[in-house]
Design a protein around this ligand. Structure first.
Ligand code: TRP
Length: 453
């Protein structure tokens, strides 16, 4: 089958550029906001264990699948499934992904707005201006949420309008190593405080009795979200890859850096919670489980910054929330790029018009969420925890049973000629055919079943 990549869509300027951009898409609020709260909510280390299983048995194989489909077809998710010409109905897989991405971006924006408003919370804390500090710290302030999510969306639109290589790559290059560095420094600091070691034990010592189907469901959803899978973001990013790139290697780097940042974020935030506990803050519910909620990052960390020497606390706090905002920005970019590339390819819109039109449509939804935060949980359940694994299941079934793994392997061979003799090449076809779809299927249908029974 011959599929021609359309020419003027842009390409990554370098291998490193691609890995950075894909890692930028992966690393974001999922790692630093969602992951530690889920760890805290779900029995600490038990969650990590299942999470790591989900990442390697399901996430990584599907990441390779998405990138391979993207590079083969050179298209957006909808166009990609059409380009194979098996049946026009497969385009609905891509379409479902676009819907999920749209809805996820709508709430992601609001949370991203919180991270940015905490830059100001830190500044006004330093200057002792309590009223302003409290205004910026208030997650429930609808007007403030609306302003900040609008700001975030406009920034995303501006970068998307700049095009592939320049916009996305430039934004990512500097910020990732800095985020890594500040996490390490803060971890160093938190372990000088009383109570941190207790947090470390909670984080790393698994309690196997906590492992349930529900835990699997949450870990699976988290793996898809954190690695940016299941909605075709990486089909889109793969479509900008050239034929010389080594797909499994790139996917491996992205997966490992995403996992590393999440792991470090947990290593910072869970001990920070226990330090707060040591200082008299109640962090347990009546069953002895860690109290957590979407606000964990926005309470445990400022507490920590405020306990430092004031000026150092200011610098650390501002740096941290700025970097987190930038990490969120490289993720919102990838979320918006998917529907944008769809209307560019399929309806021949200009990039600028596409970015503005779709960006503003998402923003209008973000504004609604700004005033009703309970929608975040609802959207996360429907479009993330259920929507993304469903998308991933369909993608892996398509690849394994419609396109067939040996055809996918032929595509991977371009850029990785020794793939057939590699550990990856021996294992991956088996994973996408059996292990990943089966695991998603079991977790998925068990959950649907328990939701409705
Ligand atoms: N992975 C990002 C994070 O962890 C969020 C994200 C960006 C995403 N693009 C995506 C999630 C595509 C699902 C699909 O913050």
């Amino acid at each position: 089958m011959e599929i021609n990549q359309s020419d003027n869509r842009g390409n990554w300027s370098s291998k490193v550029g691609f890995i950075l951009a894909a890692a930028g898409s992966a690393i974001g609020l999922g790692n630093i906001w969602a992951y530690p709260s889920k760890v805290a909510d779900n029995g600490g280390a038990a969650f990590i264990l299942i999470y790591i299983l989900c990442v390697f048995l399901v996430g990584f194989p599907i990441m390779v699948s998405e990138l391979t489909i993207g590079r083969k077809t050179g298209k957006n998710p909808v166009g990609a499934f059409k380009a194979f010409k098996f049946s026009p109905h497969f385009k609905w897989i891509g379409f479902w992904g676009i819907v999920c991405g749209f809805m996820i971006l709508a709430f992601y924006n609001v949370v991203a707005g919180w991270t940015f408003s905490y830059v100001f919370e830190e500044i006004f804390h330093y200057f002792g201006n309590e009223p302003l500090k409290n205004w910026f710290a208030d997650l429930g302030n609808g007007h403030k949420n609306a302003i900040f999510s609008a700001f975030f969306m406009l920034l995303t639109i501006a970068i998307i309008t700049g095009g592939v290589a320049e916009g996305i790559e430039k934004a990512t290059k500097i910020m990732m190593p800095m985020l890594f560095a500040i996490l390490i420094i803060m971890i160093g600091f938190v372990f000088t405080r009383e109570g941190a070691v207790e947090g470390l034990v909670y984080y790393l010592k698994p309690d196997f009795s906590k492992i349930t189907f529900d835990l699997f469901f949450k870990a699976m959803g988290q793996a898809f979200f954190s690695l940016s899978l299941g909605m075709g973001a990486l089909i889109t990013y793969g479509s900008y890859l050239n034929k010389k790139s080594n797909i499994p290697e790139a996917a491996f780097y992205v997966t490992m850096s995403d996992l590393a940042i999440a792991f470090l974020a947990g290593l910072l935030i869970i001990p920070a919670m226990f330090v707060a506990h040591h200082n008299g803050v109640n962090i347990f519910d009546q069953h002895g489980n860690l109290l957590s909620s979407t606000s964990l990052v926005f309470t445990a960390l400022p507490d920590l910054f405020h306990s430092m020497q004031p000026f150092i606390g200011l610098v650390s706090g501002v740096m941290f929330f700025l970097l987190l905002s930038m990490a969120a920005l490289t993720s919102t970019i990838s979320l918006l790029e998917v529907p944008v590339s769809y209307v560019i390819d399929e309806f021949k819109w200009k990039r600028k018009r596409a970015a503005i039109g779709i960006g503003l449509a998402v923003l209008s939804l973000s504004l609604v969420i700004s005033y009703d935060l309970s929608l975040i949980d609802l959207f996360a359940l429907l479009f993330n925890d259920i929507g993304l694994p469903l998308g991933g299941l369909l993608i892996s079934i398509f690849l394994a049973y419609v396109w067939k793994t040996n055809n996918a392997m032929a595509e991977i061979r371009s850029g990785y000629s020794e793939v057939d003799n590699s550990f990856f090449g021996k294992l991956w076809p088996f994973m996408v055919k059996y292990v990943s779809p089966l695991l998603i299927g079991i977790v998925f249908f068990q959950t649907i079943y328990s939701l409705f029974s």
